[in-house]
Design a protein around this ligand. Structure first.
Ligand code: UT7
Length: 320
């Protein structure tokens, strides 16, 4: 079965930083509560950047680092729940800006915070049937658009940002993945256009419990599929929803917390953006070495979950 190889990553965050103190000016909250309950110290809220701008900036970086051009891209998927337009899709706007080829299909994928994992799986299945060798995958949100800034239980959690990856399929890639869905409209939802109330709503404790139930089980299933032990994995890249969720998952798996990459402190929860943003930061810091095992773990609205366990591969020169 085909696996994916990640050839290049990129990220883009809005310039405007909003601290916990800033939010405490508006709602009844404080830095101590937010840090101790979530691990978040600040997040970015767009003041002028569109999601298209963030997506295109992160995509250009990913393409540059992968050493590919627009003409090499055969599939473009944007995972998001907060696109600039209902139609055309966010991916079509990226397609236009990057002048991707006409035989490169572009579409959005809505799977909440698990969107990037769903996009990777979709690319693994579709790319071998496309005309060009690489897929451009973007996960990104402007959640500040749909968060009620007067609701202290949600406005402190979410942020804006986008990450991207250029991938190709490879028969030699060691790649194990799984996706899951438990249809549930009440736990985490935002109404469609024309419906009200217009904001994102969440039963935080229900989502918290759901994460603790599904994420460690998903990690164990992936290890079993790959015939690996938890200690064989060099890096765990979890969805950044709450530091307490990450710490509990690490504890349940009996894995040192240091193996879990975290940046929630700086960005909050950027939903479909968290995993590609984390991958890009990690790649930039030189944390991935060829042969290392990496496990990405996502969960979110839907309810959905998804994981990918793969071996980091050395990037070869672009194939002709
Ligand atoms: O990407 C997936 C999406 N979401 C998630 O993964 C979220 C998962 N859930 C969570 O992260 C947590 O449930 C929250 C961070 C949302 C909430 O933390 P919690 O420890 O579950 O708090 P809680 O909802 O049980 O609320 C405890 C208290 C309540 O007050 P009372 O009723 O005990 O008096 C809340 O009203 O904390 C209050 N509270 C706040 N206090 C200060 C809720 N939000 C705040 C706030 N500042 N921002």
């Amino acid at each position: 079965m085909n696996g994916l190889q990640i050839l290049g990553t990129g990220r883009a965050l809005p310039a405007h930083v909003v601290t916990n103190h800033d939010l405490a000016q508006r709602v009844d909250t404080n830095d101590e509560w937010i840090v101790s309950r979530t691990g978040i110290r600040e997040r970015r809220f767009s003041q002028k950047e569109t999601l298209t701008e963030l997506a295109v900036t992160s995509a250009r970086l990913a393409m540059e680092r992968a050493g590919v051009t627009s003409q090499d891209i055969g599939l473009c998927i944007t995972a998001t729940v907060s696109p600039d337009y209902i139609t055309p899709s966010q991916a079509c706007l990226v397609h236009q800006q990057l002048q991707l080829p006409e035989d490169c299909p572009a579409f959005d994928l809505s799977a909440g915070c698990t969107g990037f994992l769903y996009a990777m799986e979709t690319a693994a299945a579709m790319l071998p049937r496309m005309n060009r060798p690489y897929a451009l995958l973007i996960g990104g949100e402007l959640l500040s658009r749909i968060v009620d800034m007067d609701d202290r239980s949600t406005c402190i959690l979410f942020g804006d940002g986008a990450g991207a990856a250029v991938v190709k399929t490879s028969e030699h890639a060691n790649w194990y993945s799984l996706l899951g869905t438990r249809g549930n409209q009440e736990a985490l939802w935002a109404p469609g256009p024309g419906n009200s109330p217009a904001y994102l709503h969440m039963n935080g404790q229900e989502v918290f419990q759901f994460a603790l139930e599904t994420v460690p089980a998903m990690a164990r299933t992936l290890l079993e599929k790959a015939g690996l032990s938890k200690d064989d994995v060099d890096w765990y890249v979890p969805h950044q929803a709450n530091h307490r969720i990450v710490a509990s998952v690490a504890k349940r798996l009996k894995v040192p917390l240091e193996k879990f990459y975290e940046n929630i402190e700086r960005y909050g929860n950027t939903s479909a953006g968290t995993i590609p943003i984390a991958l890009d930061e990690m790649a930039e810091q030189g944390l991935f070495q060829p042969g290392q095992w990496v496990m990405c773990l996502g969960f979110g609205a839907g309810l959905t979950w998804g994981g990918a366990l793969f071996q980091w591969q050395e990037k070869k020169e672009k194939e002709s």
